[in-house]
Design a protein around this ligand. Structure first.
Ligand code: 5GP
Ligand code: ZN
Length: 112
């Protein structure tokens, strides 16, 4: 078994505030929110970076679920930002792909 933090969250070895779960993906609140709303959507399959991702349907599911949850939580109208960081220059810290969803304040552009 690998030593991946997000695989442990999927397996409930590490607790998280889950917002959604099905057979392919889970969504949960980020432990260190960078906006009033900040959650992550991840595949259950361990994929280290977006460079390693081949399954377009699974990737699409991450995005459509982030949008669906954003609507459900009511910040779709004001807006939100979806981000996936890749490797060191992209700011990736956890090497199990995750789509960030940030909302609830005006977000800076361009990002730092
Ligand atoms: P990255 O920089 O890899 O794109 O983002 C990793 C994200 O995972 C960060 O926003 C960080 O706050 C979040 N994170 C790291 N450890 C944990 C944890 O144990 N639980 C939760 N819910 N989020 C975490
Ligand atoms: Zn993993």
């Amino acid at each position: 078994m690998n030593n991946c933090l997000f695989c442990k969250i999927i397996d409930n070895q590490i607790p998280s505030e889950k917002l959604y779960e099905d057979e392919d993906i889970i969504a949960f609140k980020d432990i260190d929110p960078q906006a009033p709303h900040h959650f992550l959507v991840i595949p259950k399959q361990h994929i280290a970076t977006i460079n390693d991702a081949k399954d377009a349907t699974l990737l699409g599911k991450l995005i459509t679920k982030a949008a669906e949850l954003s609507k459900k939580m009511g910040f779709d109208k004001n807006g939100y930002r979806l981000i996936m960081n890749c490797n060191s220059d992209g700011g990736q810290v956890v090497y199990h792909i995750h789509l960030h969803c940030l909302a609830g304040r005006k977000l800076n552009w361009p990002p730092g």
